[in-house]
Design a binder for this molecule. Sequence first.
Ligand SMILES: NC(=O)c1ccc[n+]([C@@H]2O[C@H](COP(=O)([O-])OP(=O)(O)OC[C@H]3O[C@@H](n4cnc5c(N)ncnc54)[C@H](OP(=O)(O)O)[C@@H]3O)[C@@H](O)[C@H]2O)c1
Length: 262
Amino acid sequence: MKNILFFGGGNIAQALISGLLLNGMSNKNIFFVDRNPLNQKKLNNLKVKSLKKSNSDIDIVILSVKPKDAIQAYKEILNNYKNPKIVSLVAGIKSSTYIKLDNKSEFMRAMPNTASKYGQGITALYNSSFKKSNFKKVSSIFSKLGTVIEVDNDSKIDTFTGVIGSGPAYFFQTLKSFEKKLMRLCNQDEKIVREIIANLMKGVGSSIEKDGDLDNLIKAVASKKGTTEAGLKSLKSNNLNQIFEKGLNAAIKRSKEISNEF
Ligand SMILES: NC(=O)c1ccc[n+]([C@@H]2O[C@H](COP(=O)([O-])OP(=O)(O)OC[C@H]3O[C@@H](n4cnc5c(N)ncnc54)[C@H](OP(=O)(O)O)[C@@H]3O)[C@@H](O)[C@H]2O)c1
């Protein structure tokens, strides 16, 4: 699969395009359709081409518009491309909603996250009607952007959306408490604070990757009657884990609700 068209060129399309370029894909093979002048400008800066008319050399179309725009955009793709291979990144809307509008195209869903921009993404794939060989090719494109998992039904994409698609934002929100303390500690030097927080997260990532078990990792930091133990005790007595789980469940529920709105 040589040429990719992003139909919708906003946040997630830009993250994927940046990741693909970082991985060595040529900008000559990446195209976009987008109506928003600000996003057009950002994509022009990435040196990928805007497509005004349909192009028969397009191998896959990545549907990357908001759920409210998805059906209209899907119809536009069907009008412009014969039997297209469409990968939908759209949260919520089930495969059957698209397939009942047209059963000649190949269709699948992908749910990436924005860390794909750095090759550190996590993407769930669900194959609705792609030929096996084509699905494999799409899977290998996403694997250039990080970890790929395959799920075996549409509703697992909803769960994944709430947990991983939205995942980076939960950590950004949590890190705001660290930022507040560190800004004071570092005399309001934003650059240093960012570097410290980034290293903290990189260290956490490497520890998990190398040592695995989360309980053992906690034990290695928390000594008896020490500071970590005091902090953890307070977080536990305030039900941090239950609060977090409630948040994840709210996001999963919203993903399923969106699916019923279309
Ligand atoms: N952002 C994430 O982290 C993330 C992660 C996983 C999946 N997703 C999914 O990816 C999709 C896109 O999210 P996003 O955050 O990238 O949205 P976004 O930033 O709003 O980008 C969508 C872009 O598509 C344009 N557009 C919409 N309909 C169009 C049409 N018919 N013709 C041409 N351009 C059109 C929009 O223009 P206007 O601004 O003028 O509407 C906008 O520039 C969503 O369905 C979301 O569920 C997002």
